[in-house]
Design a protein around this ligand. Structure first.
Ligand code: NAI
Ligand SMILES: O=C(O)C1=N[C@H](C(=O)O)C[C@H](O)C1
Length: 247
């Protein structure tokens, strides 16, 4: 049995993870905690899953790495500086592996992969992400990651800059610039997590759309991470792609 702790256990995602860990045949819940002060309750866990808040996750990761507990992280808000800090912590402390994935939905990971594959064939690519209005960060981790993958694919292909004649703009009207790709974030009551990647070239457009209908949909990916994190070849793994054979 894999012994699992959950950080953010009272939250929308953490409470689903608690149920998934309790329901799987090969995992056992050590503790679900919801504040930094309660972290000691997960001592003895092999793996801790973190779905907390961008402001809390770095300190949680420090604690886990220093205590040699493998981490499966769904919390968003990672940039290069944060990832460098995680690498520093791992280099200074043996024993734990870290998997950070902006999206544990298998179909969402496929959507990102398909978007990267399509990107070199189109002049224009923009991303629209739609989420529930309780979300703290914008754009979403998934949209940022998609933009980076699209930008990298375009760069490898030597794509020309995207056409855009805008010279007068109400601030924000053209969305955020993430790695040179425009990202538009909508916060809509009733929605969960959705993304559309819109491609265009002369006479043709393509839209790749992903919809998370509920938070249970993330659980197969989370459990895959829990099962595999200890045996991953790298101490820090970004995204679920290598676990799905998509790299
Ligand atoms: N990677 C993925 O597939 C997904 C990632 N997310 C991300 O997960 C994060 C959480 O999302 P939700 O569950 O919707 O948020 P939420 O606000 O419903 O839950 C977060 C929980 O973490 C708790 N918390 C805050 N600081 C803590 C700490 N230091 N230790 C332990 N618990 C702490 C809060 O009290 C709260 O109960 C966000 O960054 C979100 O973007 C959400 C869905 C899927
Ligand atoms: O906050 C959410 O809900 C989600 N967050 C992740 C993100 O920022 O990409 C994953 C998914 O979109 C749901």
């Amino acid at each position: 049995m894999i012994k699992v702790g959950v950080f953010g256990a009272q939250g929308r995602m953490g409470s689903e993870v608690v149920k998934a860990v309790q329901g799987a045949g090969d995992t056992e819940l050590v503790a679900g905690v919801d504040t930094a002060e309660e972290r000691d309750a997960v001592r003895g866990a092999d793996v801790v899953v973190d779905f907390t808040h961008p402001d809390a996750v770095m300190d949680n990761l420090r604690w886990l790495i220093e205590n040699r507990v493998h981490a499966v992280v769904g919390t968003t808000g990672f940039d290069d500086a944060r990832l460098d800090r995680v690498r520093e912590l791992l280099a200074a402390n043996p024993g734990a592996n870290v998997l950070i994935a902006p999206n544990f939905g298998i179909a969402a990971v496929l959507m990102m992969s398909f978007a990267a594959k399509a990107a070199p064939y189109f002049e224009s690519t923009e991303i629209i992400e739609l989420h529930h209005p309780n979300k703290a960060d914008a754009p979403s981790g998934t949209a940022s990651r998609t933009a980076e993958l699209v930008a990298a694919a375009r760069e490898r292909a030597g794509s020309a800059p995207m056409p855009d004649a805008t010279t007068a703009e109400v601030p924000g009207a053209r969305g955020a610039d993430v790695a040179g790709v425009r990202v538009h974030a909508l916060r809509i009551t009733g929605m969960i997590a959705h993304q559309e990647v819109v491609f265009g070239t002369h006479g043709e457009t393509l839209r790749i759309r992903h919809d998370s209908m509920n938070r249970e949909s993330f659980m197969p990916g989370v459990l895959l991470g829990v099962r595999r994190v200890a045996g991953l070849p790298d101490r820090l793994t970004l995204g679920l792609e290598p676990l799905l054979g998509l790299d």
